[in-house]
Design a protein around this ligand. Structure first.
Ligand code: NAD
Length: 478
């Protein structure tokens, strides 16, 4: 049995009381590692280590070049350890190994390269004035960052937070999701190997409420909280953070829409709709889980979409040919399959789908469920998609916006004017036209409404992870 430990102040440690929990592989349904179970004590120790590294250590005082060199070295080490990092996420949450190796790990290493370079090349405002004053803006690192992450893209979403925080000179305590602690542990060890000083990047394991997660959110020595997870958890963290007025950045849940118009390139629309609905077994905040299809192509689209969904290969996520693994945990499997009963679907017709042996769920397509059915209103976070027909562009936009969430939207049309018109009418932080999941790391990422608070990415991460300081100097005119 492997042992996954905290990394605090540059040292691998167990919890003070020796507490552990099991890391279960959802494919074998057996524990393959024990994980140190952190509580308030370990969270506070990690914050103390990060505080010390920030207040007294070299990290925030290094030049962007020096810090960038170490972050690039970490990215290189991640490339060298791709197989190990990918396998960690695959064993923790059932993600197909091919996706973990070809997408998650390379993008995670890119997060470090991108933010190291972005910080180094970033400019600040200089405001000369004719009145004999010169104003300029400095961006000081914010301090200690608590990063709390979900389980669906463990390494990718952790590094999306850790990389910009470090690049801007902060120190970090990361709490990975309890279901996926392994890759964060490996990352912390690689950071030490890269030469990142002790205490700059700490990892503490544990749960949320009453555990390490909550302890991080109430610690007054934490200067920023960046959180990705459910909208309900976001509310709890916002309440906790308000006691110390700690600034928060939240990337929360979604119920993404995908609009397919009569004039769409159907081959492309079907291919992307399958990826958006069933990629990562639908465990994607950005998933296109509400499909709206114009009447003229509805029947043909549904037929081709269902065929393509049925062809997805389910199996051992460690097999390179597998496209869909099991769901990440037994609890999540029960939640997702609960959405396939008649009450949740409003007794709508369901094509395919359903529980398979193990914690597998086959792709499920729910046809035209009633407007208020839970399957259409709530985030399911599994391979369950609804398909609703529409007649006009206005109707499509109205249906798409009829949700408290606003994280992702897709639309398929060959009409340029319609593409711009509709994209500009959707209440969504991300809109993809004739594609999906294409990310430019300079662009803001986040959501409208219940999908988040704030944006991260490029200059937006800079804004969150730094304190702006305006300096105004009088320049004697004679
Ligand atoms: P979750 O909210 O249950 O847990 C996320 C993290 O928060 C875990 O590390 C957990 O231990 C911790 N946590 C839970 N309660 C806490 C508390 N009271 N205080 C501090 N920490 C606490 O979410 P999840 O099930 O791990 O992830 C799935 C959710 O994440 C979905 O809603 C999905 O849409 C969302 N998500 C959003 C994005 C995005 O970019 N917007 C990306 C991925 C996932």
């Amino acid at each position: 049995m492997k042992s996954i430990r905290h990394v605090i102040g540059g040292v691998e440690t167990d919890s003070a009381d020796g507490g552990t929990f099991e890391d279960v592989d959802p494919y074998t349904q057996e524990a393959y590692a024990t994980v140190a179970l952190g509580g308030a004590r370990e969270a506070d120790e990690a914050v103390k280590a990060a505080r010390k590294a920030f207040d007294d250590g070299p990290w925030p005082r290094m030049s962007f070049e020096e810090r960038g060199k170490l972050l690039h070295r970490l990215a290189d080490l991640m490339d060298e350890h791709t197989d190990e990092l990918a396998l960690a996420d695959t064993r923790d949450m059932g993600k197909p190994i091919t996706a973990a190796k070809s997408k998650d790990v390379p993008r995670s290493a890119l997060n470090f390269r991108f933010f190291a370079d972005h910080a180094r090349l970033s400019e600040s405002q200089h405001l000369p004035s004719a009145t004999g004053h010169h104003t300029y803006v400095q961006h000081a690192p914010a301090g200690v960052v608590a990063a709390i992450a979900p389980w669906n893209y463990p390494l990718m979403l952790e590094t999306w937070k850790v990389a910009p925080a470090l690049a801007w000179g902060n120190t970090v305590v990361l709490k990975p999701a309890e279901d996926t602690p392994h890759s964060a542990y490996l990352l912390a060890k690689l950071a030490l190997e890269a030469g990142i000083p002790d205490g700059v990047f700490n990892v503490v394991h544990g749960f949320g409420p009453g555990s390490a997660g909550e302890a991080l959110t109430v610690n007054p020595a934490v200067d920023r909280i960046t959180f990705t997870g459910e909208s309900g958890t976001g509310k709890a963290i916002a309440r906790a953070a308000s006691a110390n007025l700690t600034p928060v950045s939240f990337e929360l849940g979604g119920k993404g829409c995908n609009l397919v118009f009569d004039d769409a390139d159907l081959d492309s629309a079907v291919q992307w709709a399958v990826e958006a609905a069933f990629g990562n077994a639908g465990q994607v905040c950005l998933a296109g889980s509400r499909l709206y299809v114009q009447q003229g192509v509805h029947d043909e689209f549904v037929e081709r979409f269902a065929q393509a969904a049925t062809a997805l290969r389910l199996g051992d996520p460690k097999d390179p040919a597998t496209r869909m693994g099991p769901l990440a945990s037994e609890e999540h499997y029960r939640k997702v399959t609960g959405y396939l009963d008649g009450e949740a679907t409003g007794h709508a017709k369901v094509l395919g789908g359903g529980a398979a042996p193990g914690w597998f769920v086959r792709p499920a397509i729910v046809l035209d469920p009633p407007a208020h059915s839970p399957v259409l209103r709530e985030e399911i976070f599994g391979p369950v998609v609804t398909v609703t027909p529409f007649a006009t562009e206005d109707e499509a936009v109205k249906l798409a916006n009829d949700t408290p969430y606003g994280l992702s939207a897709m639309l398929f049309t060959e009409n340029l004017h319609r593409a711009h018109r509709v994209a500009g009418s959707l209440n969504s932080g991300n809109v993809w036209v004739n594609c999906f999941f294409v990310r430019d790391l300079r662009a803001p990422f986040g959501g409208f409404g219940a999908s988040g608070i704030g944006r991260e990415g490029g200059a937006h991460s800079k804004e969150f992870f730094t304190e702006a300081r305006t300096v105004t100097m009088r320049i004697a005119t004679a």
